[in-house]
Design a protein around this ligand. Structure first.
Ligand code: NCD
Ligand code: ZN
Length: 375
């Protein structure tokens, strides 16, 4: 490990990613870090929806992130190149003129997706991955894949052209306990798939279990995972603190503390297979506070700040830059962002909600504080 002297403290140089860390008192390594400067981060898993809500939610991400992988689970789903490019245009249209934010588009895999469509998508230059939802696994996954056998020819094409397959890794079998659905998916679907197509580039999205982490660590360098801020910061108790908490319900559902710790270890390990993907998933308050509430947490309003909290908790702020700003770009074969952002340890209060169409959007930590602020 090379050490470089930046400001007053020695920091590790992780995978060519240097960052500066300032401590509150000169020459005192025991005082708290008050400011970090990192390469501009990217979000490798994001939902921005469509129509009038785009304006609110895209602005939150575009404020600090350079790029984001945009999930295709609209209604109707984004299943072909033409609709992905049209969606991209709608996102670009809500950005301020001086914004350099880049939406990286994806295609939604269905039983009927054809190999020539994914070749066409890649040739467009704007579509960077294909998303695999097991049918019915999550929000707007009804047109997902009913049996992986149905999509083998397309997956072989993805392997051939080197385009990543982004996996929602949960079985839908109602006989499987909801907290075990990721672990069972790995055994039943993902491990056999990785063995059958060893050169396929795979991302286990929003990994939520120790078993998921272990699968990724033990697989080839073509297998990676995204980690959300909420799975790093909360365990399943957060679903029931003082009553049922619909705004903490997402899929994959939050797990036990032992899993959260495994995720935090993976995120802060410096292993380039693990990178940032918020899975920020806006739903109107009325759809969350409902007798059958939707899955999804909204974190885009404070995303990099929440990750900074998690990394600080783990004593690993020096590893944030690799995770947030380097490893994802490297995996996707894209250049790292060149500019920098700074985060300062200045607690701020998250609003109770944001406007969303004729409803409201309740963000993570609503009415509470977040420890870090982007300068
Ligand atoms: C996502 C959504 O709302 O689109 N929900 C969620 O709980 N994460 C879908 C998904 O990524 O599973
Ligand atoms: Zn998602």
């Amino acid at each position: 490990m090379i050490c470089v002297l930046v400001g007053q403290v020695k920091v590790k140089n992780v995978g060519n990613c240097c960052k500066s860390v300032e401590k509150s008192t000169e020459n005192d390594r025991n005082t708290a870090t008050v400011k970090i400067t990192i390469r501009r981060p990217d979000d490798w898993h994001l939902h921005v929806r469509d129509g009038t809500v785009l304006q609110t939610v895209v602005a939150h991400t575009a404020q600090h992130f350079g790029r984001a992988i945009i999930m295709p689970n609209l209604k109707p789903a984004v299943t072909d190149t033409a609709s992905a490019l049209a969606y991209r245009d709608r996102i670009l249209a809500v950005l301020p003129a001086d914004s350099r934010f880049e939406p990286l588009m994806t295609l939604y895999l269905t039983d009927n997706t054809r190999s020539d469509e994914v070749r066409k998508a890649q040739a467009s230059g704007h579509i960077h991955a294909v998303k695999y939802y097991p049918a019915g696994a999550t929000t707007n996954a009804d047109s997902g894949v009913t049996d992986i056998g149905n999509v083998m020819p397309v997956l072989e094409t993805l392997q051939e052209i080197g385009m990543p397959l982004l996996v929602h890794g949960e079985v839908t079998d109602p006989a499987v306990d909801v907290f075990d659905r990721e672990a069972v998916f790995i055994d039943r679907v993902l491990a056999p798939l990785a063995a059958r197509l060893p050169d396929l580039r795979l991302v286990l999205e929003h990994v939520s279990t120790r078993q998921g982490v272990e699968f990724v660590v033990d697989s080839s360098e073509r297998v990676a995972a995204t980690l959300t801020a909420h799975h790093l910061l909360m365990n399943r108790n957060a679903l029931f603190t003082g009553g049922i908490r619909p705004h903490h319900y997402c899929l994959p559902v939050l797990k036990r503390e032992q899993h959260r710790l495994a995720l935090l270890d993976a995120a802060t390990s410096g292993n380039p297979k693990f990178f940032l993907g918020t899975d920020s998933a806006p739903h109107a308050r009325s759809a969350k506070e409902n007798s059958c509430g939707c899955a999804g947490l909204y974190t885009a309003h404070a995303a990099i700040e929440l990750y900074a909290e998690a990394f600080e908790q783990a004593g690993a702020l020096d590893r944030l830059e690799g995770f947030a700003s380097c490893f994802g770009a490297d995996f996707y074969g894209l250049p790292r962002n060149e500019d920098r952002i700074s985060l300062v340890k200045t607690p701020w209060q998250v609003p109770a909600d944001y406007p969303l169409d004729n409803d409201r959007l309740v963000p993570m930590r609503c009415g509470e504080t977040v420890d870090w602020m982007v300068e």
